[in-house]
Design a protein around this ligand. Structure first.
Ligand SMILES: [Zn+2]
Length: 267
C-alpha cells in the first residue's frame, strides 16, 4: 500500500485513470467497445490517488477536473450502466475506486476537531495531525436473503423499484448484531415472518455508495406476510414457475434467486 503516499504525483502514460464526474465514470470509446483512459490521456486532478494494481498497471482514482471539456471520444457511465461494458475485474475496481473517492472527498477534515486531514503513510487512510484520529474508507455491511417455503420464495418490492419488479429482502446490519441476527430481524421487521436454517451464500461489494452485501438463504419458520409499509409496498410468495420481473444479473439478489430456481424443491 506504499503507493498511497504518491497522491498527486501521477505520471503520463503510467497506469489506468478512474476519473469520475459526480457518480459517473469517464470511458474512452475504442472502436465498438469502451476502455479506461490511461493516465495522461485525460487530466487527473491533484486529488488523484493510487488505489490498486491491475495487470501490472497502477490504478488511480480522481474527480474529473472542473470545467474540463471531455473529447467526443469519451462517454460518461454510472456504475450501474457500466456493468457488462468492461471486464469484470475492471468493473470491481471501478466500484472500489468510487468508494475510495467518495470517502476521500467526504473526509477532508477531521470529524473530531475539524483540522484538515493528512494522508496516513502505508495504507489507504487519513490521520488528523492535531488529535491523531484516523479515518478509513467506510464500509456498511448489509444482509440480503431468500426466504424459501417448499417451491416458493418470498419476494418484496420497495416503492422505488422499477415497475412490477420484486426482489429479495435486505437491510443494514446494526451495531452489536451478528449477521444471522440481522437476517432474522430484517425479515421480521419488513414482512413479519420468522425464518430458520440461515446459511451463508456469498457476498458482493455494492458501491452504492459503500455497502458490502452478505447473502444468505433461509427457510420459512412461521408468520403471515404483513409488509411494513414504510419499506415494502408489497410482498408475496412466488412459485418457482411464476417469477415476477427480477433485478439485474449484476446483483447478488438475482444470484440468490437464480440459485433458488435451479435447486430441487425443498420439502
Ligand atoms: Zn482531529
Amino acid at each position: 500500500m506504499e503507493r498511497s503516499k504518491i497522491k498527486g504525483i501521477i505520471q503520463k502514460g503510467k497506469g489506468l485513470a478512474f476519473l469520475f464526474h459526480k457518480d459517473r465514470l469517464v470511458l474512452m470509446v475504442d472502436g465498438a467497445s469502451l476502455r479506461l483512459p490511461l493516465v495522461g490521456e485525460l487530466p487527473v486532478s491533484k486529488q488523484g490517488r493510487w488505489f490498486g494494481i491491475h495487470q501490472r498497471l497502477d490504478c488511480f482514482v480522481s474527480p474529473l477536473p472542473k470545467a474540463f471539456p471531455l473529447p467526443e471520444t469519451t462517454r460518461l457511465l454510472s456504475l450501474r450502466q457500466l456493468f457488462g461494458q468492461i471486464e469484470d475485474p475492471l468493473y470491481i475496481l471501478a466500484g472500489r475506486a468510487s468508494q475510495i473517492l467518495n470517502w476521500d472527498l467526504g473526509n477532508q477534515y477531521c470529524g473530531c476537531c475539524a483540522t484538515p486531514m493528512e494522508e496516513k503513510a502505508g495504507e489507504i487512510a487519513k490521520i488528523c495531525p492535531s488529535c491523531r484520529a484516523i479515518s478509513y474508507p467506510r464500509l456498511s455491511p448489509a444482509v440480503i436473503m431468500t426466504v424459501e417455503r417448499r417451491d416458493e420464495i418470498l419476494l418484496g418490492r420497495s416503492p422505488h423499484f422499477p415497475k412490477e419488479m420484486y426482489s429479495t429482502l435486505a437491510g443494514f446490519v446494526e451495531p452489536g448484531e451478528t449477521l444471522e441476527q440481522a437476517v432474522q430481524r430484517e425479515v421480521k421487521e419488513e414482512v413479519d415472518v420468522e425464518v430458520e436454517d440461515i446459511r451463508y451464500f456469498g457476498s458482493q461489494p455494492w458501491p452504492f455508495p459503500h455497502s458490502l452485501m452478505v447473502g444468505f438463504t433461509t427457510k420459512y419458520a412461521g408468520g403471515n406476510i404483513t409488509p411494513d409499509p414504510t419499506e415494502i409496498e408489497d410482498a408475496r410468495w412466488f412459485p418457482r414457475d411464476a417469477m415476477p420481473k427480477l433485478p439485474s444479473r449484476i446483483s447478488i439478489a438475482r444470484k440468490l434467486i437464480d440459485n433458488f430456481l435451479v435447486r430441487t424443491p425443498l420439502n
